[in-house]
Design a protein around this ligand. Structure first.
Ligand SMILES: N[C@@H](CCC(=O)N[C@@H](CS)C(=O)NCC(=O)O)C(=O)O
Length: 306
């Protein structure tokens, strides 16, 4: 079993992006199931305030946001095309759009009875009410431009038509093997198809066939791990050496706050120990007296003096 730990929950689309990628690479992993919303007292000492899921962990290194998680998977699997750094600008632009605007549109289009039934089955009633309140709060405080349900549905169909055209006579979106774009485009559509059981996809046979190919990768080999055991592993490890860099960001060595700029903008606070090469690393003293390094991408995150 590899040292890669994934903190995730079943209905999380961004987690599905990572699970599918792990299935494709064949990397084994350890699976920690988290709650759908904070508080997450066992994850907070690892990731600080960062509230989105998934989070990955290797010993005392913690990776927030799928942009840093996929970079680690690409490195471990020796498949650079699974990271944003390993693909060209056209693919990067496609991923940026699918992971934010199109993700939002597809998620809005998914809302309905079937999703509510699945959420109802996944959580006790009190927790479900807290979940709805939590997600409404995220929506209200989000910096992502708002769209109406009608606009979201139109955008989703437009996106599916674009994907259908891209996939004519091809197995994968860009090139002859899967890359980061395939997994980024997959996860929201996975939610639409598998969780919302939407009929919208039936008009897009090439997209459905491509989704079947990704689904066939499965999630790879994983072993369950408790939240406590994951925290213990971090406390018993030392962070990996930081990448070499000649950059000297203004706030290096200072206590800073790092937060997403799009939605769920809750900051993590710690000492800035690295910034550059699309990576921000904070050193965080966790409650056990040891240190973890928390990695964020630079794109989509803001660093501020604390
Ligand atoms: N940009 C993030 C997005 C992650 C994300 O939005 N995760 C959802 C669950 S699939 C979440 O945690 N939403 C609640 C929140 O934003 O706090 C990534 O690539 O990991």
């Amino acid at each position: 079993m590899s040292d890669l730990i994934l903190h995730h929950y079943a209905l999380s689309p961004f987690s599905e992006k990572v699970r599918a990628m792990l299935g494709y690479t064949g990397l084994s992993w350890q699976s920690v199931t988290t709650d759908e919303m904070p508080p997450r007292p066992m994850l907070a000492p690892l990731a600080g305030g960062y509230r989105k899921i998934p989070v990955a962990q290797i010993g005392a290194d913690v990776f927030c946001d799928t942009r840093t998680i996929t970079r680690e998977i690409a490195r471990l699997a020796g498949k650079p095309e699974l990271a944003l750094e390993g693909v060209d600008d056209e693919v990067r632009a496609f991923v940026a759009e699918t992971d934010l605007t199109l993700f939002m549109a597809v998620m809005m289009s998914s809302v309905g009875l079937r999703v509510n039934i699945k959420l109802f089955r996944a959580m006790p009633f009190g927790q479900l009410l807290r979940f709805f309140k939590d997600r409404i709060h995220i929506g209200r405080t989000s910096n992502v431009p708002r769209m109406s349900l009608k606009e979201a549905r139109a955008k989703t169909r437009e996106h599916l038509a674009d994907m259908e055209a891209r996939l004519q006579g091809k197995d994968w979106l860009f090139g002859d093997k899967p890359c980061i774009a395939d997994f980024s485009a997959y996860h929201a559509l996975w939610f639409l198809r598998e969780v919302a059981e939407s009929k919208t996809l039936k008009d897009f046979p090439a997209v459905l066939a491509w989704m079947d190919r990704i689904k066939a990768f499965g999630h790879g080999e994983s072993a369950p791990l408790s939240q406590e055991a994951a925290l213990d592993k971090a406390r018993q490890s030392a962070p990996l050496a930081l990448p070499e860099s000649t950059l000297t960001p203004a706030l290096l060595g200072k206590t800073v706050q790092v937060a997403p700029t799009d939605y769920g903008q809750v900051p993590s606070k710690g000492e800035l120990v690295f910034q550059g090469d699309n990576r921000i690393v904070l050193a965080l003293a966790n409650a056990g007296g040891s240190t973890v390094h928390v990695h964020f991408p630079e794109a989509g995150f803001a660093v501020q003096s604390a």
